[in-house]
Design a protein around this ligand. Sequence first.
Ligand code: A3P
Ligand code: MG
Ligand code: MG
Length: 377
Amino acid sequence: MASSRSNPTMKQRTLQQVFRFSLHPIHRFEGTCATYKQPVEITSFSYDSNKVLHMDDRELRYYYPPNLVEEADLKNGYDAYIPKENAREPIDALLDALFHHQQKTGEKTISSADVVSWRGIFTKILCTPFARNEPWELGATLWNEHETDWSTEQANALTPQHKEMMYWGYKFETLCTIPKPPKEIKSSDDPDLVNRKLGLVNTNIQYCSVAKATLGRNRLIMGAEVDCSDDVKPPPPQNPVGSYVELKTSKVIQKEKEQFTFERFKLLKCWAQSFLIGTPKIVFGFRNEMGILQSVKEFKTLEIPRIVRGKPGMWDPTICLNFANQFLEWLRKVVVIDDPRTSYTIMFRKPFKNIEVVHASVGKSAVAERFMSMLED
Ligand code: A3P
Ligand code: MG
Ligand code: MG
């Protein structure tokens, strides 16, 4: 996970040694907030409907508000849904994109990073001080972090009802996006608007941004699926992240308790996810229990912390950022074995007091070997 070379004093650790990073006392993460430098896009890539990888923006979608009169049923099209072939996102596509960028520009971006991973993994880490009963497990080598078989099994263990409700989130994405910039839409019978109404949901299709950011002294590279953009992407070296938009669905809020749950859990995750990659806007589709969209509301990512500030039992972005900063610095001192056959498992599980890191030899790792070759290239 770290591109810096190993610390020889820590090389001789015995197998299965456990390292622990405590979450408590949590007030040690209060105070001055660790600096998070604005994420800057390095490159981007797309997966097409057949899950073929392309080093371009062909699958970038544009935000176009949904038509709540004609397109409000998120259940529509479930029978024809084409789900992603593999719930797990291997790190390979991210490496391919960085390798491609390195070949094209000569920039050795990867060797200037301390941690390389998917944005979803950084989101988990950022939310950990306020996570309740949500265990996670990651695998890491000195060169990267990735999901483990355990995480994949959790994702695959969803009930049919959960799977259908997941579809509602994807359907919302289809109903809010078009394949060309909104200013090119001249009338309501534009073929792209007609198509999205009939729209097939295929979650193999993805557009991903690869960005660098700095949290305290941790230089990060992350890959993130971006739901859509407000506008045409400006050409490099301009940074396009300011036009990206995150789409989310949530249950309509009718009671005080539901308002609390939305702010305490959903806004935390959405803030963390969007903040990390510099997405300034989140569009929420509020739906009823039958999956019918009732309303759409925009939130500015940077204004979300103000919504929850000072409310009892809420989360605090300073604690999230300081926790992630200190945890990543600590992790970089623990994950040091400079050998592609060594992998670490990072676990957050009951009773949710510590993050544990265990290392073990796992045989040759193709991913780690690729990282090595890119560092040496
Ligand atoms: P919602 O978040 O609107 O429910 P994302 O919002 O990150 O772009 O993800 C799109 C959709 O994928 C989500 O829509 C949800 O349906 C599904 N999804 C993503 N991550 C998930 C997770 N950890 N568990 C369940 N569903 C998930
Ligand atoms: Mg998404
Ligand atoms: Mg989304």
